[in-house]
Design a protein around this ligand. Structure first.
Ligand code: FES
Length: 647
C-alpha cells in the first residue's frame, strides 16, 4: 500500500476489500463489477527484506474474465489489475496510484497554495437492473441499490422519468449519500460540475470532472448587468429608481450563468444537462441578485445581508437549464461589503490554518481585505473606486490589447519605455512599432498606471505628497504645464498618453483606501507588521508588488513574501465544488471572521489621510527600503537631479 499499511487476509480476498479494510479508499463507480476501471492497482514485485516478504505475480489470482473484458474494451493500464477482481493467493506489495483513490489530492502550481482534496458532494454509481421489463422502476432501483451498494436513497419520481426502457444498468448521481439526483442509462464514469465566480465586471465559470478534479473547460463573459450600471452601487440605484427592475437584473445574470454552463459543456463535448452540481461565489450584491434576494439594503449603512449563511437551491428554481436534479450551492457572505467571493478567497488561501499573519488583498472597485492567522481572522472592504481598473484616469482603460501595462523611466533623462498588452517587446526595442502596428498603443491600464506613478516617484518627478514637481520641467520636455498643474507625457501618440495631476490624485485616493483598510485590520489585531501578503484577483496578479509597495498600496513586508494568487475566488468556488467538507469549513470560518466596517470605523479617516502620501506620511517601509532607494520624505530623493520644488 502507498501509505505503508500492512494486513493479513485470507486467501481469496479481493484486493479492493483488503485495501478498504486497511482504510485505503479505492475508487469504484461500478461496485466491483469490472466495468468502471477506477479501482486499478499495480503489483510491486521483488524481495522486500524490511517487510520480510517476496511479492510475486503468482501471489495474485490469474487475470479474471472481468479484467480481460475490461482490457479488451478500454485497456488496463500497464501492469495494472482491477482490485475488485484480483484476489490474494500469497504475499504481495500493492501500489494504489492517486488516480484510483477516492480522496485524491490535486497539487496546485503554487507551492504555498493548499492542496485540493477531491471528495465531492455527489458521486456516480452504476446499478445493474434485474431485467428489461420493469413494472416499478423506483422499487427495482431501490432494491438494486440496497443489494449492490448497501444504500437506501431517496429517489424523486422526476429522476425516474423517463425510465430508460431496456437498459441492463443505469448510472445514478448520489448526493450526500442520501438522494438520487440524476440517472442515465448504461455506464457513465464521471459526473461534472460547474463553479461560477460572478464579478461586477466579469463572470467566469469552470467545468470540472467531479471524480478526478480535472478542469474540463472554462468560459467567461462581461457581466451583462453592466448596462444597468458600471458598478454595484449604480446597479442598486437603478433598482431603487426603477421599481421591479431587480427581477430583470436577476434574469440577465442567471441567463449569463446558463450560457456559460452551455459553453463550458459544449467545449468539453458534453451537454448542459450533464451538469449535476454548481457552486457560486460573488460579492454580496452579485450574490443577492443572482439568488433573487433583495440587494437594496446592501446599498446603505448598516448594509444588512438578507442571508449570510451558505445557500443551496435547485438549479431549476433559478431558471438554470442544467440536469433537472442539479443543485446550486452559494458560499456564505461574510458581511454587507464582504461577500461569498471573499469567503472563497479564504477557502483558497487558507489563512485560518496559517501560523504566519497573512494579509489577503483583492483589489477591484473595492479592496476586500482579510487579515489573520489560525487564531483570528478580520475582514473589511475599502472603497478604492474604479481608478485601478482604468476609470477616472485620463488615458485609462481596462487591461486589454494595446494598454500600457509596464513602465520604466530613466532617472537622468526622464525618458520612458513601456510594454503594451499584446506584445512582449519594450517600446525602445527594435521592431516595437511593427509589433504593435495592428493593436496600437491605446491607453494605460491599472498595472501600467501603478508602475508609471511609482517610477515617477522614484525619479523625484512626483513628490511624496503626490504633486508633480514643476522644477523637473527643466530636465525634460515630457513634463508640461497642464492648466494650473503639470502632466507627464508618457507616449506622444496618437493618442497622446499623459499622466495628469488629477490621475495621480485619483490613484492616491484609491491606494490610500486600500492601505487604510489593511492598517485598520492590523490595528485591530494589534500588529505593526504582517508576515505575508497575497494579492488576489486579476489586477493583483498583474500588479508588480514592488511598485504597489513603493506607492504604499500595501503595507511593508519582505518582497519575497508577497505573492499573487490569481483568481483565488474562482479557485475557492472550485474547491467547494470538489470537496464537501470545504463547504462546512468555510461556513464555519466565515461565521467567525471579525468584520470591520470601514465606513463606521472612527480611525479610518485618520489612516486614510496618512496613507495619501507616497508611500506613507509617517509609516516606515524598512523591507522595501532594502531593495529600492526611496526618496526621502520632505526632501530631495537620492535619484532627484532637478532643483527643489518651490511652493
Ligand atoms: Fe469498477 Fe473494479 S470497481 S472495475
Amino acid at each position: 500500500m502507498p501509505s505503508g499499511l500492512r494486513g493479513r487476509f485470507a486467501k481469496g480476498t479481493a484486493l479492493l476489500q483488503a485495501a478498504r479494510s486497511l482504510g485505503v479508499d479505492i475508487d469504484s463507480v461500478c461496485g466491483g463489477r469490472g466495468i468502471c476501471g477506477r479501482c486499478q492497482v499495480t503489483l510491486s514485485m521483488g524481495e522486500f527484506a524490511k517487510l520480510g516478504l517476496h511479492s510475486r505475480p503468482e501471489h495474485l489470482s490469474a487475470l479474471a474474465e472481468n479484467e480481460l473484458r475490461f482490457d479488451a474494451r478500454k485497456g488496463l493500464e500497464d501492469g495494472a489489475r482491477l482490485s475488485c477482481s484480483a484476489r490474494l493467493t500469497g504475499d504481495v506489495v500493492i501500489d494504489v496510484p492517486a488516480r484510483s483513490q477516492i480522496h485524491r489530492q490535486i497539487v496546485r502550481k503554487r507551492t504555498d497554495a493548499r492542496m485540493i482534496e477531491v471528495d465531492p458532494v455527489v458521486r456516480p454509481m452504476y446499478v445493474e437492473i434485474a431485467g428489461p421489463d420493469i413494472s416499478d422502476p423506483g422499487e427495482t432501483l431501490k432494491a438494486a441499490l440496497r443489494t449492490q451498494w448497501d444504500i437506501d436513497a431517496m429517489i424523486p419520481d422526476a429522476v425516474l422519468a423517463p425510465w430508460p426502457e431496456g437498459a441492463d444498468g443505469v448510472t445514478v448521481a448520489l448526493r450526500e449519500e442520501k438522494i438520487i439526483t440524476a440517472l442515465w442509462p448504461g455506464f457513465r464514469e464521471h459526473l461534472v460540475g460547474l463553479s461560477v465566480d460572478i464579478g461586477s465586471t466579469t463572470v467566469a465559470a469552470q467545468l470540472s470532472n467531479l471524480g478526478s478534479g480535472e478542469i474540463l473547460s472554462e468560459a467567461g463573459m462581461m457581466n451583462p448587468q453592466i448596462r444597468f450600471g458600471e458598478d454595484v452601487m449604480s446597479r442598486i440605484s437603478h433598482i431603487m429608481m426603477n421599481p421591479g427592475s431587480g427581477a430583470e437584473l436577476t434574469r440577465v445574470i442567471r441567463r449569463a450563468v446558463g450560457d456559460l454552463a452551455a459553453e463550458c459543456a459544449a467545449q468539453a463535448g458534453l451537454d448542459r444537462r450533464d451538469i449535476v452540481e454548481v457552486t457560486v461565489v460573488g460579492n454580496p450584491i452579485m450574490h443577492h441578485i443572482f439568488l433573487g434576494l433583495d440587494p437594496v439594503p446592501l446599498g446603505q449603512a448598516p448594509f444588512p445581508l438578507a442571508e449570510d449563511g451558505p445557500l443551496e437551491v435547485a438549479a431549476a428554481d433559478l431558471g438554470l437549464d442544467l440536469n433537472p436534479g442539479a443543485r446550486v450551492h452559494a458560499l456564505p457572505c461574510i458581511a454587507g461589503h464582504v461577500g461569498a467571493d471573499t469567503a472563497a478567497v479564504i477557502l483558497s488561501e487558507d489563512p485560518q490554518s496559517s501560523d504566519d499573519v497573512v494579509l489577503l488583498v483583492d483589489i477591484g472597485t473595492n479592496a476586500e481585505i482579510v487579515l489573520g492567522n489560525r487564531d483570528r481572522l478580520f475582514a473589511c472592504s475599502s472603497p478604492t473606486g474604479p481608478a485601478f481598473e482604468g476609470a477616472q484616469i485620463s488615458s485609462g482603460q481596462r487591461a486589454a490589447a494595446g494598454a500600457i501595462e509596464r513602465v520604466r523611466i530613466d532617472p537622468s533623462t526622464l525618458a520612458p519605455r513601456f510594454k503594451v498588452i499584446g506584445s512582449d517587446l519594450w517600446s525602445d526595442a527594435p521592431g516595437f512599432s511593427a509589433a504593435v502596428a495592428k493593436i496600437g498603443v491605446t491607453g494605460i491600464c491599472g498595472s501600467g498606471i501603478i508602475e508609471a506613478l511609482a517610477e515617477l516617484f522614484l525619479c523625484g518627478v512626483i513628490l511624496p505628497d503626490g504633486l508633480i514637481d514643476p522644477g523637473k520641467a527643466e530636465m525634460s520636455a515630457r513634463i508640461q504645464q497642464d492648466g494650473k498643474t503639470h502632466a507627464y507625457v508618457l507616449h506622444a501618440g496618437p493618442p497622446e498618453i499623459r499622466i495628469t495631476q488629477l490621475d495621480i490624485r485619483n490613484i492616491q485616493l484609491a491606494k490610500a483606501a486600500a492601505y487604510a483598510g489593511a492598517r485598520l485590520l492590523m490595528n485591530e489585531m494589534g500588529i505593526d507588521q504582517v508576515d505575508r501578503i497575497v494579492l488576489t484577483g486579476a489586477f493583483g496578479s498583474y500588479m508588480d508588488p514592488k511598485f504597489a509597495m513603493v506607492l504604499g498600496l500595501i503595507p511593508d513586508c519582505p518582497l519575497a513574501d508577497v505573492s499573487a494568487a490569481g483568481n483565488a475566488a474562482g479557485t475557492g468556488a472550485r474547491i467547494a465544488l470538489l470537496n464537501r467538507n470545504a463547504r462546512l469549513e468555510i461556513a464555519q470560518v466565515a461565521r467567525g471572521v471579525e468584520k470591520i466596517e470601514t465606513a463606521l470605523a472612527p480611525d479610518f479617516q485618520a489612516q486614510f489621510v496618512g496613507a495619501m502620501a507616497f508611500p506613507h506620511e509617517s509609516h516606515a517601509f524598512p523591507h522595501l527600503a532594502k531593495v529600492v532607494e526611496l526618496p526621502k520624505p520632505g526632501g530631495d530623493g537620492p535619484r532627484r537631479t532637478g532643483r527643489r520644488r518651490s511652493r
